[in-house]
Design a protein around this ligand. Structure first.
Ligand SMILES: C[S@@+](CC[C@H](N)C(=O)[O-])C[C@H]1O[C@@H](n2cnc3c(N)ncnc32)[C@H](O)[C@@H]1O
Length: 190
């Protein structure tokens, strides 16, 4: 959506998600739905019908599009869609094994509030795959000048840390200084 490497970034994030039988997975800010599609594939490969993928987005348009596109997995109960913000997720404490949130935080004013909420819903052995475009590269893109909050990656890592999430891996997807940033974060030990 934002650049040509976005599909590769989403694929890299999904491949970082460990899937066990009955896993509860979420894509928060799923947009066009590629993450949902890939998470459903991953569940299928892992354990057939067990497990569930949750798609969360604030946009009614994205929810409506995904409702049409994914009618079968929704009917099968493998995919559930929720209209909700990352700051108020529709999950119980510790209910989510792995969450993706890719290209979403540009639209989130209060990062610690969002990350505390992510931490709340994450299982103690869970994982978050958070992706963002390189802020320097994005600052040169016309689309990103319209209402995007471009933060240094170090600020994002600090906000995760303040929220009880530790960055276990910082991967780059794509080439050069402008490569996409994929942060794999896990709950900090209590
Ligand atoms: C740029 S799109 C990214 C879509 C997809 N994750 C991707 O990487 O291609 C951002 C998505 O985040 C959603 N979004 C924006 N603010 C949000 C929030 N506070 N909570 C949840 N979703 C949000 C938007 O509706 C949109 O679908």
């Amino acid at each position: 959506m934002l650049n040509r490497s976005n599909g590769a970034a989403i694929r890299a994030a999904v491949s970082a998600v460990p899937v066990r039988k009955g896993a509860v997975l979420a894509d928060i800010g799923f947009g066009g739905g590629l993450g949902l599609e890939l998470l459903l594939d991953r569940l299928d490969q892992a354990d057939g019908a067990a497990g569930v993928v949750h798609g969360v987005d604030v946009s009614q348009t994205m929810i409506a599009d995904a409702t049409r596109r994914f009618s079968r997995p929704i009917a099968d109960g493998r995919l559930r869609l929720h209209r909700a913000p990352i700051e108020k997720l529709p999950f119980a404490d510790g209910a989510v094994d792995a969450a993706l949130t890719l290209n979403t935080i540009y639209f989130v004013p209060d990062l610690p509030a969002a990350f505390i909420e992510l931490r709340r819903v994450l299982h103690r052995n869970g994982l978050v795959a958070l992706g963002l475009g390189d802020p320097g590269a994005m600052a040169r893109m016309a689309v990103a000048r319209q209402g995007f909050r471009l933060r240094p990656v170090s600020e994002v890592i600090d906000a995760l840390s303040l929220s009880g999430l530790v960055v276990d891996q910082h991967r780059r997807v794509g080439k050069g200084d402008g490569a996409f940033h994929l942060l794999i974060a896990i709950p900090a030990p209590r």
